[in-house]
Design a protein around this ligand. Structure first.
Ligand code: GLY
Length: 634
């Protein structure tokens, strides 16, 4: 039996409604506990179901799961040469910069979770971009332009470029725990940039649409549209400038980027605005900002879910806090018994997302600048009260954020009732995630981004890499926290890091890593990670099944629901009858009764699993991109 919790009122009625409408979902009864194993997924994970053969191989010398085969290959070779998971991660990141230049690279930032087998410790490297010294809370406000008109012009302007952190983060990880040098880690990327690689259908689609903007800037067009003709799937993409940049870094170290010859080129590239509206919208980054950039090692956010320890990214990401809040709210419900894709499971997920995203909007940001009540937000009494607002028989009215302060530090005031804040968060498909385990059991879970597809669309001339538009993750207009009277946790400030949703996650049992995964997708990232976690822990799926299963996401308290179902691999489907049950409960954005409203495409999860009993390693990769698993030995 799965662990159960007391069911809230209306449960019996809701169970009846669900059963009448849908019957149990395909895998509702498939999760069986193993005698002697604490409640959780049946082990070994791949023994269940029939994983696709390319992802089902058991390994013991390491596994990489990456969204692109060339980057997976670079990671696998690093492991085969005797490198560890951190060495492999460095090689993968640099190759991703070449083969998925639209999603991540040295012009951006990211978060790397690292579990070290020897010490049993888990760390988080924060390579998030920072606002320049000259940033101000009102820098995105322009005469006659309302904040909700700002995203499109601002996102392709130099004003939105944050001081890049990826190179500093990889350098810090290698220096802290790697066995190879930055120069060695760069070699596969140099070769691919110099000699070229065949463009896959995802990059081709992004080139065709100019990353979803009116057009790419001229120096970016020169790369993806040489001679005015857009490259298509199967074309060879050669990036000589990027190869030169990587060679410079290999010779001179990360210094050349932050303090050497590349720095002035970055500063000058972001001193441009793309918008006729935002003529004053040029970047404010200076050489001093680049010189002062530091990647940081942080403590991850951790929480228990049904006996499993979930470690995920701490502020400035909202990922870990929001994920653990949702899991703690859902722990009261027997999600495994409700079954995958059942109305009860999906309704409980939706309501937990709405509550957690309400808290996220008010309380989460860069804690080096505004106090984030992490302890209060995860306090068992506080989360139980928030979770107690979930009624399985009805959709709640738009929830306001709670006030976690009385549960955080000794406060001499009662909690304040906050008003609900309307906020709809971004849902892009940009960013990327990969996971690695090595033969020693070291694990890396790394989410990395330049924010939008193609970032700002500004390439640093002569150096061949795209600059991020990460500062658009800040609030465009200054806000204030009604409980504290302080400026909003995610308002712009000099040197501050914009709030992220990136949630690289490692799940452990008794301190030993069991799974590592994460996803791209803007604020849907947190929900992709939640879906995957429930699929593994509650629904007993293999890592590949957990990734293939259709996802559901809500990224605001108002609660418009997105769900998947268009890919043939997305099994089991969320049936129209189930969607009707959700519509009957009042959930919005699913379209008309009787129609299939599950048409979204959410995230791209790459994960690895380590069987806690045998030590065997498995990978799962996402067909929503060119996900690739390489399990060693081959
Ligand atoms: N730029 C995506 C994120 O940080 O959440």
């Amino acid at each position: 039996m799965k662990p159960t919790a007391l069911l809230p009122r209306h449960t019996a009625a809701a169970v009846l409604l669900a059963t009448l409408l849908c019957g149990p979902a395909a895998w509702a009864d498939s999760s069986v506990d193993t005698p002697g194993v604490p409640p959780g997924p049946t082990l070994p994970p791949q023994a269940q179901g029939k994983p696709p053969s390319w992802a089902g191989k058991a390994a013991h010398k390491g596994v990489v799961a990456v969204s692109h085969p060339a980057a997976a290959e670079a990671g696998a070779r690093a492991l085969e040469r005797g490198g560890n998971a951190i060495d492999a991660a460095a090689a993968i990141q640099f190759v991703l910069n070449v083969v998925e230049p639209q999603f991540s690279g040295i012009g951006g930032g990211g978060f790397m979770m690292v579990h070290l087998a020897k010490s049993g410790r888990t760390f988080a490297i924060d390579g998030r971009e920072t606002a320049p010294a000259a940033a101000t809370p009102t820098m995105f406000l322009f005469t006659g332009v309302s904040p909700n008109q700002l995203f499109v012009p601002t996102s392709s302007s130099g004003l939105s470029v944050g001081v890049p952190g990826t190179l500093a983060a990889v350098d810090l990880a290698l220096k802290s725990w790697g066995t190879t040098t930055l120069a060695q880690a760069l070699q596969p990327a140099i070769a691919l940039a110099e000699n070229g690689f065949r463009i896959n259908r995802f990059l081709a689609a992004n080139i065709a649409s100019d990353g979803g903007r009116t057009s790419f800037q001229p120096e970016t067009q020169a790369i993806f549209q040489p001679g005015g003709v857009k490259l298509v799937e199967g074309d060879l993409l050669v990036q000589k400038d990027l190869a030169k940049t990587f060679r410079l870094i290999a010779q001179q170290g990360a210094e050349v980027f932050y303090r050497g010859e590349i720095a002035p080129a970055i500063v000058s590239a972001q001193q441009r605005s793309r918008s006729p509206v935002l003529s004053e919208g040029v970047g404010r980054m200076t050489l001093a900002d680049l010189r002062g950039y530091e990647a940081k090692i942080r403590e991850p956010i951790t929480g228990e879910y049904r006996g499993w320890q979930v470690a995920s990214m701490s502020p400035p990401s909202s990922g870990g806090l929001t994920l653990v809040q949702m899991l703690k709210m859902l722990e009261r419900f027997p999600i495994g018994q409700f079954g995958f894709g059942s109305p009860l499971t999906l309704h409980a997920m939706i309501e937990s997302m709405r509550l957690a995203f309400a808290d996220r909007a008010v309380w989460m940001g860069d804690e080096d600048f505004s106090y984030v009540p992490k302890k209060g937000l995860l306090d068992p009494t506080y989360v139980a009260a928030r979770g107690g607002l979930i009624d399985l028989g009805a959709r709640m009215a738009t929830p306001a954020a709670g006030d976690p302060r009385p549960f955080d530090v000794a406060m001499n005031h009662a909690p304040i009732q906050l008003a609900a804040i309307p906020s709809e968060e971004e849902k892009g498909v940009h960013t990327t995630h990969f996971s690695v385990v090595d033969k020693w059991g070291n694990v890396v879970s790394y989410t990395t981004t330049i924010e939008n597809t193609g970032g700002t669309g500004l390439t640093v001339p002569g150096y061949g890499f795209l600059l991020n538009n990460e500062l658009t993750d800040f609030n465009f207009a200054p806000t204030f926290n009604a409980a504290t009277g302080n400026p909003g946790a995610n308002d712009v400030a000099p040197f501050k890091r914009p709030r992220s949703s990136m949630s690289p996650t490692i799940v452990l049992r008794d301190g030993k890593p069991f799974a590592a995964y994460g996803s791209p997708g803007g604020s849907t990232i947190i929900n992709s990670v939640l879906n995957t976690t429930l699929n593994l822990i509650d629904h007993g799926m293999t890592i590949q099944q957990a990734i293939d299963a259709p996802r559901l996401s809500v990224t605001s308290a108002a609660g418009s629901v997105s769900c998947e179902g268009t890919g043939s691999f997305m099994q089991p489907r969320i049936s129209v009858a189930t969607q009707d049950a959700l519509r009957a409960l009042g959930h919005t954005s699913l379209g008309a009764l009787g129609s299939d409203g599950c048409t979204a495409n959410i995230g791209s999860v790459q994960g690895v699993i380590i069987d806690l009993h045998t030590g065997k390693q498995y990978g799962g990769a996402d067909q929503r991109r060119e996900g690739t698993v390489i399990a060693l030995p081959r």
